[in-house]
Design a protein around this ligand. Structure first.
Ligand code: G3P
Ligand code: CA
Length: 318
């Protein structure tokens, strides 16, 4: 009798975990950055294979107005640009992607993210200087995902982020219409297309709306005090007028778990960033535990992670 009761309780628990997991998504942050250098085709393919529902490229623009997958407006933290084009930095010591054509950028090698002194940011990740990786154009990234969708029969989405659109404007490289054009070219403007578009810059997201896009837009929200206005109910009211979701720093939710409900009450999805085994907050004993807390207790709808496989295990998708 006792065994049957325990079995029934186990079943109920399993069903409730599966029900809670339904609809929750895994976003491969910069590809599969925990395992393969960020923003490389190899990294996106690996994130795809590990079970991502969406893959995230950060986007910046080249001198010839092409989107490339890169986190910074500079090339130096993740490529060997200083060796190939030693003279081409600006007075602040950075090599800006906007000063190079796509063809020039294609001659560079990508490596694990390094600090200005050359030390790897995450020492236990892929070794710096080994193998050969390139900076992908956004078009190449899309073609990889769409190609894998065809060959595997899956339907993995893309989750592009416009990086520093106001700065790009100041360089004569407006991003918003160019983004809508390339997404249209690759079919992401059709109903049901699997895509979210994200940015930290409210003006840019509003501009995308004003340009007539119906694509799901996600307002990123930093834990930096300059974003404090967005941590409030009235801030979320504002966001709900132009966006479909928020991408908050996970620390905002950790400090105020009700923030998730506030967003849900306004019809906004919640996709916090970023979950990393090698940057685990001290209150958690494992990345699995942190993800379980966010998916099932804080009830977020998805999360950005460098470790897609861990999220897949937590959602029992493996
Ligand atoms: O886009 C979500 C998250 O990636 C934001 O932070 O700096 O990694 O682009 P960052
Ligand atoms: Ca990002």
């Amino acid at each position: 009798m006792k065994r049957r009761i325990l079995l029934a309780i186990g079943m109920v628990l399993m069903i409730s975990v599966l029900a809670a997991a339904q609809g929750k998504i895994i976003i491969g942050h910069r590809g599969a950055a925990g395992y393969v250098p960020e923003h490389t085709l190899a990294g996106y393919a690996f994130g795809y294979a590990l079970g991502a529902d969406y893959l995230e490229p950060d986007l910046v623009m080249t001198k010839d107005a092409r989107f490339i997958c890169l986190h910074d407006i500079y090339l130096d933290p993740t490529t060997n640009v200083e060796q190939i084009f030693p003279e081409r930095h600006r007075s602040d010591g950075h090599w800006y992607a906007a000063d190079f054509t796509l063809a020039e950028i294609k001659t560079l090698s990508v490596h694990e993210r390094c600090r200005p002194n050359g030390a790897p940011y995450f020492p236990d990740r892929f070794p710096v200087g080994k193998s050969r990786f390139c900076v992908p154009s956004f078009a190449e990234m899309i073609e990889l995902v769409q190609g894998l969708n065809k060959s595997t029969g899956r339907n993995v989405g893309i989750y592009p982020e416009l990086k520093r659109p106001a700065w790009h404007d100041s360089q004569g490289l407006p991003m918003e219409q160019a983004l809508l054009d390339i997404l249209d070219e690759y079919g992401y403007t059709k109903p049901g297309a699997k895509i979210f578009v994200q940015s930290f810059e409210q003006t840019s997201l509003k501009k995308l709306r004003d340009l007539g896009t119906k694509l799901p837009l996600v307002q990123l929200i930093s834990a930096n005090w300059s974003f404090a206005g967005m941590w409030t109910k009235s801030g979320l009211d504002q966001i709900a007028t132009y966006a479909d979701g928020i991408g908050p720093s996970k620390t905002i939710i950790e400090k105020n778990p009700a923030f998730v409900n506030w967003a849900h009450d306004r019809g906004l999805l919640v996709h916090p960033y970023v979950f990393r085994r090698d940057e685990l907050p001290s209150k958690y004993s494992s990345l699995e535990q942190e993800m379980e807390q966010f998916y099932f207790t804080y009830n977020v709808d998805g999360l950005f992670t460098d470790f897609v496989d861990v999220a897949a295990r937590v959602l029992a998708k493996e």
